[in-house]
Write a protein that binds this ligand. Structure first.
Ligand SMILES: [Zn+2]
Length: 598
């Protein structure tokens, strides 16, 4: 019988998993004595994995930070023993793989050190003040056993009283946590120290905590009230809270944040909140990391799970995961009533300016920027090469806005980008329990709009100019895309001094300096026939005039020197100021109201 059969199967599964759970276990202990040495002391006890040899592996990256980090390089002094304490031989079989010849031992114990170098969200770090355990850089997993449960005990330095993490703790065991598998462990950093916790708040009955190291001096009650409204506005976009508890973990001053399923870790400094711009920027940033628990952790490109910890996981769809998270960070802070319309428009304008002022927009598409991030870096290449790449954060946010207004326009404001996000969440995260393909993503957009979005998807796959005026008009806005000439003379380069010498620091693409062949890093030997000194260069550059040539002798290759003539001209720029129109039509009014309200 069907019921009995499935009952028997259930019983079988129950017993076989409990036998498996009894048979093998993986338990970590992380100590941090003498934190001033910047080392974590890690011990792993594996029981019941009887094999000739076991391959232990360290990820090469951490999900959320799409760069190879080479964590294995910082693992030192590995020692392996069996249950009798006998030392086991091991060898490295790849840069991130240690093969331990366990010879069918019942238990294998590994002990190793992790050297930490830099306080940053994507690297483990410990010093006298606190410890940040970034799991992908600290814990080894066993080849092909990523789904094995794991237990972690943190032993804080004796001065430290608290541990913050998104993992479940084991009742009655101090600072001991479990993860159902290594994907969850790698998604759950630990912050250890004397931490401050702000007043928790509840959204739809679910607890949200904010805890961190040296949060700074600011109005913490007002801050938590604003954060609560922002989380509420973000939850309202999707309409569902998928976690039991969420923790904001502030790891100290410094840039960057990484999203996780039920927490985020980020650099934070509340002491600069007396400046309104800093405050709003921080709230945008927190909204971004928070919104990621939907967009990328659950609403995700198919390539972003299961993760390839050896090679990294490349996708062409980071414009959705990052670009739309930027777009929504502004929207939810506005919808929460925390920022103003002007602050929302100005934030979007910031991304438009950053994108439009980089010549890379002519060379690289959004899909390419996403795919190439592993080699280009999260914000595109740096140096002169910056001219060939774009940031999917900037263009992705701008395109997100155009899509949103387009969908609202063609559906008489009945549908919006929010509906696309809700559909992706329900269909792929909740129902199919997987990511979406590029085709499925496009169908989700076009089905919501009820019409093909051919023109709009060309903004993803080509370098076609974005038609901002058309889309912003749907919501009753104008945008100034005209090129304005500025009165001052402009040459398009800056210099820096090293000792008594002068070097070219930066050159704007297609500026007078660029067109005459001046490039970053060249040494300026002479300027206007005189030996170049820092004082002389800055005097000449600050007094330059339109049409009056600057002559420079540059050392371009270490041996050769050449003369370059630069003729300053007026700088041209576009402001992209966004303004509401005077007398909007009813649909324009509705679209604007729907956009701001959600
Ligand atoms: Zn992000």
């Amino acid at each position: 019988m069907k019921t009995n059969k499935s009952f028997a199967l259930l019983l079988f599964l129950f017993f076989s998993t409990s036998i498996l759970a009894q048979k093998s276990s993986l338990s970590y202990t992380v100590k941090m004595d003498n934190p001033e040495w910047h080392f974590f002391h890690v011990q792993l006890v594996c029981k019941g994995i009887k094999k000739e040899f076991i391959d232990f592996k360290m990820p090469v990256w951490t999900p959320g930070y799409y760069q190879k980090m080479d964590y294995a390089k910082y693992l030192e002094q590995l020692k392996a023993t069996d249950e009798t304490g006998k030392e086991l031989k091991w060898e490295k079989t790849a840069d991130n793989t240690w093969r331990v010849f366990s010879k069918n031992a019942n238990a294998v114990k590994l002990a190793y050190e992790i050297k930490t170098m830099r306080s940053f969200v994507a690297t483990p770090y410990v010093d006298e003040t606190r410890a940040y355990i970034l799991p992908a850089g600290v814990f080894l997993h066993i080849e092909k056993m990523i789904k094995h449960p794991v237990q972690v005990t943190v032993v804080p330095d004796e001065k430290w009283k608290r541990v913050a993490t998104g993992l479940d703790s084991i009742a009655g065991r101090k600072f001991t946590y479990t993860a159902p598998d290594f994907d969850i462990l790698y998604d759950s950093p630990f912050l250890v120290g004397n931490l401050e916790e702000l007043q928790p708040f509840y959204i739809r009955g679910v607890k949200h905590r904010f805890i961190g190291y040296k949060l700074g001096d600011f109005d913490k009650v007002a801050f938590i009230a604003d954060l609560k409204k922002i989380v509420d506005a973000a939850v309202n976009v999707i309409g569902h809270v998928p976690y039991k508890q969420y923790t904001f973990i502030a790891i100290g001053q410094g840039p960057g944040g990484i999203e996780h399923l039920n927490n985020t870790t980020f650099g934070f400094n509340g002491s600069n909140f007396n400046n309104r711009e800093n405050y709003i920027r921080t709230l945008h940033f927190l909204a971004h990391e928070y919104f990621h628990h939907y967009n990328v952790k659950r609403i995700r490109p198919i390539e972003l799970g299961p993760f390839d910890y050896d090679k990294g996981s490349r996708t062409k769809m980071l414009w959705i995961s990052e670009g739309l998270s930027v777009y929504y960070e502004y929207l939810v802070v506005r919808r929460a009533g925390v920022s103003t319309d002007a602050e929302l428009l100005n934030a979007l304008r910031g991304n438009i300016l950053a994108f439009e002022n980089k010549p890379g927009k002519r060379y690289q598409t959004l899909e390419q920027a996403s795919y190439e991030t592993w080699s280009d870096g999260p914000f595109g290449r740096t140096g002169d090469e910056v001219n060939k790449t774009i940031s999917y954060y900037d263009k992705g946010a701008a395109v997100g806005m155009l899509f949103d207004f387009k969908i609202r326009q063609v559906t008489n404001n009945k549908k919006s980008l929010d509906d696309v996000m809700r559909f992706l969440y329900k269909e792929y995260y909740q129902k199919k329990k997987r990511g979406f393909t590029e085709e499925e993503l496009r169908s989700a957009f076009e089905n919501t709009a009820g019409t093909p979005l051919t023109e709009e998807f060309e903004y993803i796959t080509t370098t076609k100019e974005l038609d901002y005026p058309k889309y912003l008009n749907y919501a009753g806005f104008t945008i100034d895309t005209a090129t304005h000439e500025l009165p001052d003379a402009y040459a398009g380069f800056t210099v820096r001094e090293r000792g008594d010498s002068v070097f070219i620091a930066a050159v704007d693409f297609e500026s007078p300096a660029w067109d005459s062949g001046v490039r970053r890093g060249q040494q300026v030997l002479e300027i206007d026939w005189q030996r170049a000194t820092p004082t002389l260069c800055s005097a000449i550059l600050s007094n330059m005039q339109i049409g009056k040539m600057i002559k420079m002798k540059l050392n371009t290759s270490g041996t050769e020197s050449v003369y370059k003539n630069i003729i300053p001209e007026r700088k041209r720029e576009r402001t992209f100021h966004i303004m509401p129109i005077e007398n909007p039509e009813p649909l324009q009014k509705q679209i604007l109201a729907g956009w701001l309200k959600g």
